[in-house]
Design a protein around this ligand. Structure first.
Ligand code: RIB
Length: 318
């Protein structure tokens, strides 16, 4: 049975995709026209929106809801179970008459991945009345770009009207209209995405990180730029650019690490943390995710993140 919505509203509302990931381990990247034999294959719950919502919910004490869509199929049922068991409210997830999103994820022996997404139901994600209601009671709204940009823009507008903090994870990289960016409070973007965005809005991009971040801060108040093993740069009003280092880790699988970062960052902001502090927790959580296989199953809980922050190490699974 569905739980009651908290009377004060959900603190974090994620607007984004839900996929089942067909993950295959490959011995090496195939060249065009080459076939390789997979060394392993498994189906995992995933999708940027679902992963981010689970990461926020598992960060501890932060009520979380997801606005998304899936099909009336076994993959939709798998995702619903995954989300509910992590404590994510799914009442604003629409069941639509097309298949649940599917991601085909190839992972090499170093844990690097190549992902192809078949959007399916994700193309039908709408904010709608239930989504608007959720956003109007939220402290933080987090969105990603595997769904229609128009839906993300509506969520950003609704968040602005509700005075919620709007966090945009600009992934996958796509052109973003100025009207959407005007309602973004925190932009989380990869180095590649940052350059593309600067190119789109200014016709060029600075090659150094500092000027690149300054350029993006002409578009949005705060920028969090993720740089893989090089750590994360945080640029906010009146603050020096802060470097947050990743924890040392032997990556098993990169899938879902970025989403873990985004979800934990949103949860910490919803608890009142400053952006730098939220980024430190998010970075530790992402490092843990890197040490585990799959997207959904790799997301750590609050206890594991606390241990990683205290010791500076990725905890082993109990
Ligand atoms: O960010 C990782 C996610 O991207 C995977 O779970 C896959 O579904 C794709 O959406």
């Amino acid at each position: 049975m569905a739980k009651e919505a908290p009377s004060e509203g959900f603190r974090v509302v994620v607007v984004g995709s839900a996929n089942v990931d067909l993950e295959v381990g490959v011995p090496h990247w195939p060249d065009p026209g080459e076939s390789v034999i997979a060394v392993a294959s498994e189906r995992f719950p995933g999708g940027k929106g679902a992963n981010q919502a689970v990461a926020a919910a598992k960060a501890g004490g932060v009520s979380t809801a997801l606005v998304s869509a899936w099909g009336a199929d076994a993959d939709g049922a798998l995702l619903q179970e995954f989300l509910l068991s992590a404590g994510v409210d799914t009442r604003a997830v629409r069941t639509v008459d097309c298949p649940t999103g599917l991601a085909i994820v190839m992972v090499d022996p170093e844990g690097a991945n190549v992902v192809t997404v078949v959007k399916g139901a994700n193309d039908r994600v709408e904010l709608g009345e239930p989504g608007c209601q959720l956003v109007s009671g939220a402290r933080v709204v987090l969105a990603n770009l595997e769904i229609p940009v128009a839906t993300v823009a509506r969520a950003a507008q609704a968040a602005r009207e509700a005075r919620a903090v709007f966090v945009l994870n600009a992934a996958p990289t796509t052109d973003l209209p100025r009207e959407l960016l005007d309602n973004v409070d925190v932009l989380i973007v990869s180095e590649h995405g940052a350059r593309e965005l600067a190119k789109q809005h200014f016709g060029m991009y600075p090659s150094d990180d500092g000027p690149l971040l300054s350029a993006l801060r002409r578009l949005v108040p705060s920028v969090v730029m993720t740089r893989g093993g090089e750590g994360v740069l945080v640029a906010s009003a009146d603050q020096e650019i802060e470097l947050v280092r990743a924890l040392p880790v032997e990556p098993v699988d990169h899938t879902g690490a970025g989403d873990t970062f985004n979800g934990v960052l949103a949860a910490r902001l919803a608890e009142g943390a400053a952006l730098g502090e939220a980024t430190r927790a998010a970075t530790a959580a992402a490092s843990i995710s890197l040490s585990r296989a799959g997207a959904g199953p790799s997301i750590p809980d609050a206890r594991e993140v606390a241990r990683a922050l205290a010791t500076g190490r990725v905890p082993q699974l109990d």
